[in-house]
Write a protein that binds this ligand. Structure first.
Ligand code: CA
Length: 495
C-alpha cells in the first residue's frame, strides 16, 4: 500500500524552512502530529512572524522593523500521507479561510510525498485524547459552533470527506475548533445540498459518540428522521432546544475512549451505549477483525445492531426479571447473525469480539461475551475478571498447560475460538452480577489487557475515581506497554 504510515521524524529533525522537531505527540489514523519550534540553532537570526523580516537578532525582544514581539514559537504540525487527501487540502489552505470555530494552518508544505501543516501551539489538546461522554451543554456548544463553521465552509465551496475526532483541537479554555480538515473538494461555488447533508451527518455522528447514554432527548434530536439537510438546519434545531437539552441530568458515571495505538493504522475497535428504558441501559465494546477495513465494519455493525435490537425488545416489553438474560442473549445473537449475513453478502470473512453489560436499575448486570475482549469488575479496590476469553491460550491455561504469564507472550495468543459474525447462532456466555455500591465496571479490547497487567489496571482504577481520567490513563498505559494493537476502554461506575 502506497499510503503506509511513514517512519516518524526523530527529535531535532529540521522540517520546512525553519522548524525543528521537538517530538512526536500522537499517532492517529491517517495522521502523525508533532510538536515543533522555530528556534533553529544553526540560524544566526530569527524571522519576524508579523512583517517577515529575516535578520532579527536572537537577543532582540521585538522586531526592529515593525516592533512586534519576537521569541521562539511552538507549533503543532500534522503530517498526512494519503495521496487523495493532499491536493484538496493544499487548495483549501490556499483559500486562506478564517472562522472563529476553525484553527487555520499558518503554513502548509510538502516533504517528499508527505503534506505537512502547522498551527500555532499554545497548550492545545487533541480531541483524540478526550474520553466520551461530554456534558450536554458542551455537546450543544460544540454542535452550534461546528455547524456554524461547516455552513461557512459550504458557502465557500469547501466540502469534507469525513469529520472525525482527529479534526478537533481543544484550546486551554476548552473551546473546540475544527483543524487539519479532511477536505473532499474546493469549488468556486457553494457546496450542493447532498454533500452538505453528508457533512452534517458526519458531524452529527461524531457528536453522538460523545453524548451521554442517558441524554435521551439530545440523542433523539440528533437522530431525527429525516436527517438534517444542512448544517444551518441542525444549528437552528440545537438553538431552539438549547435550554431544554442543556438542563438534562448529567451523571459523571461513565467514560469511553478508543485509540488506534502506536503500530496499527486503522482502529477496528468500536464501542457504544444506549439507555433502553428508565430501568435499563446497555454498554458495549467490540474488537473487529478481517482484512480490508472489514474489521471496522464488523465491530461497528455489532455495536449498532445489539443496541437497536435490545432497545426494540425492551420497548416491546420483553425485558424484566427472569427475562433480561434472554433479552441480552437474543440481542447478541441477532447482532451476530446480522454480521454473518452481511459478511456472506460481501464475500468477506469479517468478524468481531463483543463484550457488553446490560445494567438493570443500577442493581444488577448481565454481562454478555464472545471472543477475548474483557469485562472486569472492581469491587472494594480489587479487580476481578468477569468474562472468560474464548481463545486458544485461555483454553490452554484452563487445562493447566500454560501459566497466565506464558499465555500473555504465547505466539498464538491471538487465535480466537469463538467470534461474532463467523457462525450463525453463536453461543454467548452470560454472567449475572449483583452490584454493590461503589462497584466499577471496566470493559476493554485486548489492546489494553495484552499490554497492561491486571494489577496495573487495578492500580489505575484505584488511583483515578473519575472515569474520564481512568480511561485516559488506561490508554496511556497501553501505549507505554507497546501500543501494538487498537485499545478501547469503557469505565462504568455503578450508582
Ligand atoms: Ca484487538
Amino acid at each position: 500500500m502506497s499510503s503506509d504510515r511513514p517512519t516518524p521524524y526523530a527529535p531535532g529533525t529540521h522540517l520546512g524552512a525553519r522548524y525543528v522537531v521537538e517530538g512526536l505527540v500522537r499517532l492517529a489514523e491517517g495522521r502523525m502530529f508533532y510538536l515543533v519550534h522555530d528556534d533553529r540553532a544553526d540560524f544566526p537570526h530569527r524571522t519576524c512572524q508579523d512583517c517577515g523580516r529575516t535578520d532579527v537578532s536572537k537577543d532582540a525582544k521585538s522586531c526592529p522593523n515593525c516592533g512586534a514581539p519576537v521569541a521562539k514559537r511552538r507549533y503543532l504540525v500534522s503530517v498526512r500521507w494519503a495521496p487523495e487527501s493532499i491536493e484538496p487540502f493544499e487548495r483549501f489552505a490556499k483559500a486562506n479561510l478564517r472562522h472563529p470555530a476553525m484553527t487555520s494552518p499558518t503554513e502548509v508544505w510538502r516533504e517528499g510525498h508527505l503534506l505537512l501543516s502547522a498551527v500555532p501551539y499554545n497548550g492545545e489538546a487533541l480531541m483524540l485524547d478526550e474520553a466520551a461522554p461530554l456534558s450536554n451543554a458542551r455537546i450543544l456548544d460544540l454542535a452550534q459552533r461546528l455547524a456554524g463553521c461547516l455552513a461557512f465552509l459550504h458557502l465557500r465551496g469547501v466540502s469534507l470527506s469525513e469529520i472525525t475526532r482527529r479534526n478537533l483541537l481543544i484550546s486551554q479554555d476548552t473551546a473546540v475548533t475544527l483543524f487539519d480538515l479532511d477536505v473532499a473538494e474546493v469549488r468556486p461555488e457553494p457546496v450542493p445540498v447532498p454533500e452538505r447533508q453528508a457533512d452534517v451527518e458526519a458531524l452529527v455522528a461524531l457528536l453522538q459518540r460523545y453524548t451521554n447514554a442517558a441524554a435521551s432527548d439530545l440523542i433523539a434530536l440528533m437522530a431525527q428522521d429525516p436527517a438534517f439537510e444542512t448544517p444551518a438546519a441542525f444549528g437552528r434545531a440545537v438553538e431552539s432546544n438549547y435550554d431544554r437539552l442543556a438542563a438534562c441530568a448529567w451523571g459523571n458515571h461513565l467514560a469511553s475512549l478508543s485509540d488506534v495505538g502506536l503500530v496499527r493504522q486503522l482502529n477496528e475497535d468500536n464501542w457504544g451505549w444506549r439507555k433502553l428504558s428508565e430501568r435499563a441501559a446497555l454498554y458495549v465494546v467490540a474488537d473487529g477483525m478481517g482484512g480490508h477495513d472489514a474489521g471496522e465494519v464488523a465491530s461497528a455493525l455489532a455495536v449498532s445492531t445489539i443496541l437497536s435490537k435490545a432497545a426494540e425488545k425492551e420497548e416491546a416489553g420483553l425485558g424484566g426479571p427472569e427475562r433480561d438474560d434472554k433479552l441480552l442473549a437474543e440481542s447478541f445473537v441477532a447482532a451476530n447473525n446480522h454480521i454473518k449475513e452481511s459478511a456472506s453478502a460481501r464475500g468477506s470473512d469479517m468478524g468481531t469480539t463483543m463484550v457488553c453489560v446490560l445494567m438493570v436499575e443500577g442493581k444488577k448486570g448481565y454481562f454478555g461475551n464472545v471472543g477475548d475482549s474483557r469485562a472486569y469488575l472492581l469491587r472494594k479496590r480489587a479487580l476481578h475478571q468477569v468474562s472468560q476469553d474464548h481463545s486458544l491460550v485461555a483454553k490452554m491455561v484452563e487445562r493447566g498447560r500454560l501459566t497466565q504469564v506464558e499465555a500473555r507472550h504465547h505466539p498464538h495468543s491471538n487465535i480466537l475460538l469463538r467470534t461474532v459474525g463467523t457462525e450463525l447462532d453463536v453461543e454467548v456466555d452470560i454472567f449475572r452480577v449483583e452490584f454493590q455500591s461503589g462497584d466499577r465496571i471496566l470493559m476493554c479490547s485486548d489492546g489494553l489487557w495484552g499490554e497492561v497487567e491486571d494489577k496495573d489496571i487495578e492500580n489505575i482504577l484505584n488511583t483515578y475515581d473519575d472515569p474520564r481520567l481512568a480511561a485516559r490513563e488506561l490508554v496511556r498505559a497501553a501505549h507505554a506497554g507497546g501500543g501494538k494493537d487498537n485499545v478501547t476502554v469503557m469505565v462504568v461506575v455503578v450508582p
